[in-house]
Design a protein around this ligand. Structure first.
Ligand SMILES: [Zn+2]
Length: 278
């Protein structure tokens, strides 16, 4: 779970805006409202769905599996396979279903997904977790034996194949959620990948620290770009990103088109799960 000051600041600064739109509509209207809120995310921390009326306003559903795949909790003990009741909004659960179907498809070479491990979805605290519109991903296990474990800081693994697999998994998160925080983003996220409904629709933003750090880590790990992972989209990052786009035969503008960015993310994920550079 994140306790990022920056992340929470983003929510505070957005509160008045939310009250003026989603706050009036209530959470039920949020799914329809959020995708239309584009841009105006100057520091890349733009969660937009903190409920004005507190968690009780959220119509939360309870689940133990996402689209049939169990989700375990390892923060107390591991490898714990006790079924656990999680909560999220129906709209966020639907996005999770789309996400895991993407993940199954793009990692099909690993077999099926045996289970997921999470640190939380709805959590009684301010922000996207409090709204039931966030996921903290700790671990994914495939039937063929592979796994990826943000919980074990796999973004910083000494094994390049593991780092590519982490980035592949994150790329799949970014296909369905624009506001994704990883181990490169800050120390609070060294042990999980956070995804939420903030800042939708999905695309890659040059003025987003989290997006830029993902791009820099991707270019370094797949293309040996040697970039500083500082979250600043400068000329070297632009050049490396252009190279990645070209190598993956991406046409169109991933900064403005969700479809173009999602397509690029799928290619990154396929390369990552196959342990291939590009
Ligand atoms: Zn989180």
């Amino acid at each position: 779970m994140e306790s990022s000051v920056l992340e929470n600041m983003g929510q505070v600064t957005r509160r008045s805006f939310v009250v003026g739109t989603a706050g009036v509509a209530g959470l039920a209207g949020l799914a329809a409202v959020a995708p239309g809120i584009a841009g105006a995310d100057p520091i890349g921390h733009g969660p937009i769905s903190e409920p004005a009326e507190g968690p009780s306003a959220a119509a939360l559903i309870t689940f133990q599996k996402i689209d049939g795949t169990p989700v375990y909790y390892w923060r107390s003990n591991r490898p714990n396979t006790t079924p656990r009741n999680w909560q999220a909004t129906q709209a966020f659960y639907n996005a999770l279903v789309a996400w895991i179907r993407d993940l199954r498809s793009l990692s099909a070479g690993y077999g099926s997904i045996s289970y997921l491990v999470s640190a939380g979805f709805y959590v009684n605290k301010p922000g996207e977790h409090g709204a039931g519109t966030a996921m903290d991903l700790d671990h994914v296990k495939w039937s063929g034996g592979n796994s990826i474990s943000p919980l074990d800081k796999h973004h910083a693994s000494t094994n390049a194949a593991i780092r590519k697999r982490y980035l592949a998994t994150e790329a799949v998160c970014r296909r369905r959620f624009r506001y994704v925080l990883d181990g490169w983003y800050n120390a609070d996220h060294a042990d999980h990948i956070h995804s939420d409904f903030g800042g939708m629709p999905v695309r890659v933003l040059k003025d987003s620290e989290s997006d830029t750090k993902f791009v820099q880590a991707m270019c370094n790990n797949f293309r040996g770009a040697g970039l500083a992972i500082d979250g600043v989209w400068g000329p070297a990052t632009q050049s490396a990103f252009n190279g990645a786009k070209s190598a993956l035969a991406v046409t169109g503008d991933p900064h403005t088109s969700s479809a173009v960015w999602q397509g690029m993310l799928s290619k990154i994920a396929q390369k990552g799960f196959a342990n291939q550079g590009f």
